[in-house]
Design a protein around this ligand. Structure first.
Ligand code: FAD
Length: 465
């Protein structure tokens, strides 16, 4: 990797006061987060090993028709599947906002294999990530089929032991190695969270989590209750309505006037949350309505999960809060030697992961510095207090609603020594989010933000051949 890579006009790094220090860094996971972390670390002169338990890069974008042995995804001994994609999935963000800043996600019209749509199918995203890995020579850093099973501080205190298991045919080879730093990029869409429903133990129907949803056919002529209101919940409910007898969507966050039969469908209803489930197959909603259902489909999100991480209690998980973490990345007591890329949600992931990675890489090479441990802890505590004051449960700690992610992006960029000047990305995201809410069926194929597309392409010209 070149140490001084070409920066677009207008961007400049602060003068390098110290020669850059090169560290030996383990990156866990070769999804979008791990790929960009490896690239940024490499650019900064670090020596990177990228561990990936699968056999290709791309993480969640590697679609598989396979599902887990436990459809709810709760049994710790289940056969695990990484991806949570359904077959028909198209992106819920326009490709212009989705891509990494200096590797635009533009349509490749010259290749029949590619999907040039603005909101392409999942395979196009995987191909984009593979292009990214190839362009920056990342594949050569990856150890495929190698699962990290333990990460902990070695006794002397300033290095990390990483234990991995490499699959080779029927054999498994275990290896312990020592690293200066570990960057955790293991994704957070594989460990399902499910809704708690009083009486569910005796309810005789089938339960499944959207992690294990692929196609609507298994729901043919069934009465389905779907819990959730995220982008995937909206897509899946509409898709299932084409096969199921009835679809009843239960959501915590619906407005009363929307309850009832959904316009445009003769077999879909919206309900408030479920109150209880019963032995006779009935499910009662909070407004007293009752449905006898065959299936409950939980589109209720995921849990952060780091089964390999041993920090002697320094990093904890509490109601899906990973903490304490300074700016969602560093546990103050272990910074910058342990970091997390990819925890924020309700965000545009790739460019945000890119900025987090640039920050980590610059800190590890001593080009930039962190506040003291005490100052970082004070910042974390102040952040937790603001969440409490606004009555936000801990599970929303890493959520960045509305346009707040852009303040975070800007803050990260300033730490790295530059400014992000992509007004179009913010406007396009705001516009796409609004259209997704108001036109859930058509927003992917019908838009009128051509002016923003032009601005984006003007920016992209800096990076395209
Ligand atoms: P992942 O892609 O999950 O990658 C993590 C990697 O770590 C995997 O390859 C896994 O095998 C590996 N790994 C895990 N544990 C270990 C271990 N112990 N040892 C070694 N390797 C390990 N984002 C968008 O930008 N646009 C969208 O339209 C969009 N739609 C989405 C739809 C769905 C249904 C879902 C679930 C997500 C969607 N996302 C979307 C978000 C998507 O998850 C992110 O874009 C991004 O791909 C996350 O990347 P990641 O690297 O953090 O995690």
């Amino acid at each position: 990797f070149p140490r001084a890579w070409p920066l677009p006009a207008g961007l400049s790094f602060p003068p390098k006061l110290n020669p850059l220090t090169s560290r030996h860094v383990a990156v866990i996971g070769a999804g979008a987060a791990g790929l960009v972390a490896a690239r940024e670390l490499g650019r900064e002169g670090h020596r990177v090993v990228l561990f990936e338990r699968g056999d290709q890069v791309g993480g969640t974008w590697v679609y598989t028709p396979k599902v887990e042995s436990d459809p709810l995804g709760l049994d710790p001994r289940r056969t695990m599947v990484c991806s949570s994609l359904y077959k028909s999935l198209r992106t819920n963000l326009p490709r212009e906002v989705m891509g990494f800043r200096d590797f635009p996600f533009v349509a490749k019209n010259d290749d029949v294999e590619r999907d040039p749509r603005r909101f392409p199918g999942h395979r196009e995203v995987l191909m984009y990530l593979k292009d990214f890995a190839e362009e920056f020579g990342i594949e050569k850093l990856v150890r495929f089929q190698t699962q990290v099973v333990y990460v902990g501080v070695v006794e002397s205190g300033n290095k990390w032991k990483v234990r991995s298991k490499k699959r080779s045919g029927d054999n498994e080879v275990e290896l312990d190695e020592i690293f200066d730093a570990v960057v955790v990029c293991n994704g957070h869409f594989s460990e399902p969270r499910i809704a708690e429903i009083p009486g569910i133990e005796t309810w005789p129907g089938k339960q499944i989590h959207s992690h294990n949803y692929r196609e609507p056919e298994p729901f043919q002529d069934q009465v389905v209750i779907l819990i959730g209101s995220s982008a995937s919940a909206v897509d899946i409910s509409r898709e299932i309505a084409g096969a199921a007898k009835e679809v009843h969507v239960a959501s915590r966050s619906i407005v009363d006037e929307n309850i009832g039969k959904q316009p445009g469908y003769d077999n879909m209803w919206l309900h408030p949350m479920i109150k209880s489930a019963h032995e006779d197959g009935s499910v009662i909603f909070q407004d007293g309505s009752v449905i006898v259902a065959d299936v409950i489909l939980h589109c209720t999100g995921y849990k952060y999960y780091f089964p390999f991480l041993e920090t002697n209690g320094i990093v904890t998980m509490d109601d899906n809060r990973v903490g304490p973490l300074y700016k969602h990345v560093f546990p103050p007591a272990l910074a910058p030697w342990l970091s997390f890329v990819g925890l924020p949600w309700k965000v545009i992931p790739f460019p945000l992961w890119e900025l987090q990675s640039q920050w980590i890489a610059g800190l590890l090479s001593d080009r930039i510095t962190l506040p003291s441990e005490e100052e970082m802890m004070a910042d974390v505590n102040a952040f937790y207090s603001t969440l409490e004051v606004s009555c936000k449960p801990k599970r929303y700690t890493h959520q960045m609603p509305g346009l707040s992610q852009f303040e975070y992006d800007d803050w990260l960029a300033v730490q790295c020594g530059f400014l992000v000047s992509e007004g179009w990305r913010k406007e396009m995201y705001a516009y796409a989010s609004k259209r997704k809410r108001t036109h859930p069926e058509t927003y992917r194929d019908d838009w009128d933000d051509e002016d923003l597309i032009l601005q984006a392409h003007h920016d992209f010209a800096k990076y395209l051949p």
